[in-house]
Design a protein around this ligand. Structure first.
Ligand SMILES: O=C(O)CCC(=O)C(=O)O
Ligand SMILES: [Fe+2]
Length: 307
């Protein structure tokens, strides 16, 4: 089958520097300074510090997110107070939210996905629950965007928040975008994820309804808990939500508009090699391509099946 790609330029071209009201292309620092230093200076970017800020590759990340990651990295063993100033603790147990992307980046991302949807490229769907989502590894998003995002940024947060779920040992992921629209998929059944930790980011566009609701943790060999209490959380564009993969959840129907969410199922081979989170048995490994479902043949494991 033919392999299709997106161009690397998606991550470097046409980045909007809001503060200076300027669209730029970023290949490397030398090119960036050569092309934009003069105009940036004229627009008030006149100190070394400001120039360094402007040519950071992290332009698509919210400044609050960069500050949170910095605090997590600095705070590895010290007090969590500064981190809890920067992260919202939601009512559902161990669910956290925080700004992650700029609104401009969310808009560009959704635009890019719409082009892909309109194209006749073959489309693998994220999972059996979802007819309209897009698998992102097929679009070439892992190498330059999602793997560095997980390794250099998100891991700093998960290491602190979910040490018991392999948060410090995440080594692969499956990422996709889910889409809800009246007349297409409008909601998602109650389920748990094939992930140790899930990142769920609302990308917009505009919608009503579509809340995420959380119930109880999945327990193998236990019949469904009729008394599970549900906690609803509304998605807000550009805000990320972190939860444990085994924390059962679903999405309420949207009542208008279109809702796109980036979902990253993050895996820790050290955790899942000991016990498959879907069948709760020792995994029966079948070779596959790419990250597969995140199992490896490494022998060092962390057993959370008993957590
Ligand atoms: O639509 C959502 O916010 C939830 C999606 C989800 O839980 C999933 O795809 O695993
Ligand atoms: Fe899910």
């Amino acid at each position: 089958m033919m392999t299709y790609y997106v161009c690397r330029c998606f991550f470097s071209n046409n980045i909007f520097l809001k503060q200076y009201n300027l669209h730029v292309t970023y290949k490397d620092e030398e090119q960036f300074k050569h092309d934009y230093l003069q105009i940036l200076r004229k627009r008030g970017c006149n100190t070394e510090e400001k120039i360094r800020e402007a040519c950071r590759e992290e332009e698509y990340l919210a400044s609050e997110f960069l500050a949170l990651v910095q605090a997590c990295k600095a705070n590895k063993s010290a007090s969590l107070e500064e981190i809890f100033d920067r992260i919202k603790v939601e009512k559902a147990e161990r669910v956290y939210t925080f700004p992650i992307f700029t609104e401009e980046f969310c808009r560009l991302f959704v635009e890019e996905l719409s082009h892909f949807e309109d194209s006749d490229c073959p489309k693998g769907r994220p999972n059996t629950m979802n007819k309209y989502g897009v698998l992102l590894n097929e679009l070439g998003f892992d190498e330059d965007f999602l793997t560095p995002l997980r390794e250099h940024y998100i891991a700093a947060i998960t290491s602190l928040m979910y040490p018991d779920w392999g948060g410090a040992f995440l080594d692969s992921h499956k990422a996709f975008v889910v889409k809800y629209k009246l007349g297409q998929d409008t909601d998602l059944n109650y389920h748990y994820d094939n992930a140790e930790i899930t990142l769920n980011v609302s990308l917009g566009k505009t919608f009503t309804g579509g809340e995420l609701y959380f119930g109880d943790m999945f327990r193998p060999r236990e019949t469904s808990n009729q008394n599970a209490r549900f906690t609803e959380i509304s998605h807000v564009p550009s805000i990320a939500l972190l939860h444990r993969g085994q924390h059962r959840h679903g999405a309420s129907p949207i009542t208008s508009g279109e809702r796109y969410n980036l979902i990253i199922w993050m895996r820790s081979s050290a955790v899942r090699n000991a016990c498959c989170p879907m069948c709760f048995e020792e995994p029966d490994l079948v070779p596959t391509v790419g990250f597969g479902d995140g199992f490896t043949k490494q022998t060092e494991t962390v057993d959370v099946c008993t957590v």
